[in-house]
Design a protein around this ligand. Structure first.
Ligand code: FE
Length: 256
């Protein structure tokens, strides 16, 4: 069953930066966000565990160390340090009609019924001064491998809070494209991001043109999607053992 998505009351794209402020009640079960990624679903036996924030930090540190190697020491030029944050606010998009409040606190959305192409997504939430934002709420919701949203339960829905370094991680699948209110939608993950007391960023994350999943032509799907914003494309590596690793950093405003 397919659900029309992305409707807006007046058929226009609302200014989400200022109109969608939402008060989130922090669940007392936030600690559950430390639910081990990879604890429940061993669908990819032998595949590496989800990339932990520690790993990400270690990689960043390694990159910086490498960047400090003098030119010519190894006969190669040193790598430039990858910019962690541009300060450019992540573009907003529409919420669509299928957001459900009160999602479970979790960062592993894969259940036995979910058999799509696995994705380990991680990143950092920054403010516009590129300061990492701990304790920032992130909601994720998406359709499954068939292009269906769960409107009766909370499959492929969850919220979490960034850790002390502003980092998040999510274990999920690459969603499939579907046909909705706005025509054929390229695969995307819906998100809401909100620092404590700040406005809500509502947006959608997309996948690179060369993504391989479900035999679909992501380049064609991306090109045809009226809502797609290339600035919201996940940086994807893989697949390795049938599983992709993705990164996406958010930059949000913290005051209304
Ligand atoms: Fe959608």
């Amino acid at each position: 069953m397919r659900y029309a998505d992305e409707t807006s009351p007046d058929g226009t794209l609302p200014d989400r930066q200022h109109t969608s402020r939402r008060t989130f009640l922090r669940s007392t079960s936030v600690g559950v966000t430390s639910v081990a990624l990879g604890a429940s679903v061993a669908a990819s036996a032998g595949s590496p565990p989800a990339q932990a924030a520690d790993t990400q930090a270690a990689e960043t540190e390694a990159t910086q160390t490498q960047a400090s190697v003098p030119v010519g020491r190894r006969g190669t030029r040193p790598l430039a340090v990858t910019p962690a944050c541009s300060g450019q606010e992540t573009p907003a998009s529409i919420e669509g009609p299928l957001f459900k409040p009160h999602s479970p606190a979790r960062n592993d959305l894969i259940t036995p019924a979910i058999r799509g192409v696995q994705l380990d997504l991680s990143g950092v939430v920054y403010d516009t001064a590129c300061k990492p934002l701990p304790e920032t709420l992130i909601e994720f919701w998406q359709c499954d491998q068939n292009g269906d949203y769960d409107t009766s339960g909370f499959s492929l829905r969850g919220h979490q809070y960034t850790d002390s370094r502003g980092a998040y991680r999510l274990r999920t699948i690459i969603p499939r494209d579907y046909w909705g209110r706005w025509g054929q939608r390229a695969p995307h993950i819906h998100t809401q991001v909100q620092a404590s007391g700040g406005p809500v960023l509502v947006t959608q994350l997309y996948f690179p043109d060369d993504t391989q999943a479900y035999g679909r032509d992501f380049a064609a799907l991306n090109a045809a999607d009226r809502l797609l914003n290339r600035a919201c494309t996940i940086h994807l590596t893989g697949p390795e053992n049938g599983r992709y690793t993705g990164t996406f950093d958010f930059v949000i405003t913290t005051t209304v």
